[in-house]
Design a protein around this ligand. Structure first.
Ligand SMILES: [Zn+2]
Length: 92
């Protein structure tokens, strides 16, 4: 992951451990991407092992994208609630 945005110079890791909160976003991305599949399997009467296995595989497939987009989502939330901490960043 880059330290700064190559276009505007925004520092991505705002402070040590900044992206710890992105785990929450990652959790919800994984949940909502896999929810239709395991809900469908559950309603179709599939055994627990099949549902758990399908969820495990789907989460594995989604993880690379979730890793990046959860960080994007986390920074968007931070920028929304703390806009001033982003104001003096660009062009340093
Ligand atoms: Zn940028």
């Amino acid at each position: 992951m880059r330290a700064r945005c190559p276009v505007c110079g925004l520092v991505f890791e705002r402070e040590p451990g900044y992206f710890t909160g992105a785990m929450y976003a990652s959790y919800f991305i994984g949940l909502f991407v896999t929810l239709p599949a395991w809900l469908w399997l559950l309603l179709a009467g599939a055994p627990f092992g099949t549902i758990a296995g399908a969820a495990f595989v789907l989460v594995g497939l989604v993880t690379p994208a979730a890793f990046h987009y959860s960080r994007v989502a986390w920074m968007q939330i931070d920028a929304y609630f703390n806009p001033m901490t982003f104001a003096d960043d660009a062009g340093e």
